[in-house]
Write a protein that binds this ligand. Structure first.
Ligand code: ZN
Length: 273
């Protein structure tokens, strides 16, 4: 699933291409991808709108429009966006087509269709539950160690807490595993067992891992591609995710895998006691 670094990579590419262009028309092939309002109203609200800045909250892309509306897109597990000249044939699993004023089309392709999209009043996210309840943005300047500590209250397992979008926005299974390895924290530790030093290390690791992954244009484990159809470059630099039974790049110990909160967790038993 695209996580914060992958969505941020796509956001930067969209921001370089779209602002100032108008959405001439919109065609939805699979209505259930549109969470709000109805697919027909969604298309009507988008037609003729000029695109402003492209923003991101967690794994959500937010296109600011000129009439105080926001177009929101979440790529789910396998969603991707691409900009094409009017094609003779659309890729398989093309579900939404936005016709743009420069003649190109922005197309949304999603084989497994876990993505969602909505048109909302600007900054009123209440119709999209996941976005309305989203936690702090981990790369924002006000995301201090104190804010991280506040987001990690309770007795949950740290790995499960990092995946909870209401606590911290944008992390998924790949980067949660990488962050915990970098911080030297076992994924089974409980939040109330973490010391202030652990929180400090976790805060540093979140910044390092996310920034390095964005610089690498994200990770392609199975099918992630960016706006230009390119795979990410960070998957080769992952230290534990997907590397069970390989040697830890820090200490050489064998990387282990266990299931936590229904997800596979990769960790080094020596670096992450
Ligand atoms: Zn190790």
């Amino acid at each position: 699933m695209p996580e914060l670094p992958e969505v941020e990579t796509i956001r930067r590419q969209l921001q370089a291409e779209l602002p100032g262009l108008r959405i001439e028309k919109c065609k939805v092939g699979l209505g259930r991808l549109v969470t709000h309002p109805s697919p027909r109203t969604y298309c009507r609200n988008l037609a003729g709108r000029t695109i402003g800045n492209i923003c991101r909250r967690g794994k959500y892309l937010i296109f600011e429009l000129d009439n105080h509306l926001d177009l929101v897109i979440h790529l789910g597990m396998t969603g991707s966006l691409s900009l094409v000249e009017s094609p003779r044939e659309y890729p398989r699993h093309t579900h939404i087509v936005f016709g743009l004023s420069d003649g190109r089309q922005l197309i949304y392709v999603d084989p497994r269709t876990f993505g969602e999209t909505a048109v909302l009043e600007h900054a009123d996210y209440s119709p999209l539950r996941g976005l309305a309840s989203i936690g702090p943005e981990p790369l924002a300047t006000d995301f201090t160690p104190e804010r991280l500590a506040a987001a990690l209250k309770g007795t949950a397992l740290i790995k499960a807490a990092l995946l909870d979008q209401r606590r911290i926005a944008g992390l998924g299974n790949i980067y949660a595993d990488e962050i915990l390895h970098r911080a030297g924290i076992n994924p089974c530790r409980r939040l109330n067992e973490l010391s202030p030093v652990d929180i400090e290390r976790l805060h540093t690791s979140i910044h390092e891992v996310l920034n390095e992954a964005i610089n690498g244009r994200g990770s392609t484990i199975s099918d992630y591609v960016d706006l230009e159809g390119e795979k990410g470059g960070f998957q080769n630099l992952l230290r534990v995710y997907g590397r069970s039974d390989e040697g830890c790049p820090v200490c050489g110990e064998r990387i282990c895998m266990m299931r936590i909160a229904g997800r596979s967790s990769h960790y080094c038993p020596s670096c992450q006691k």
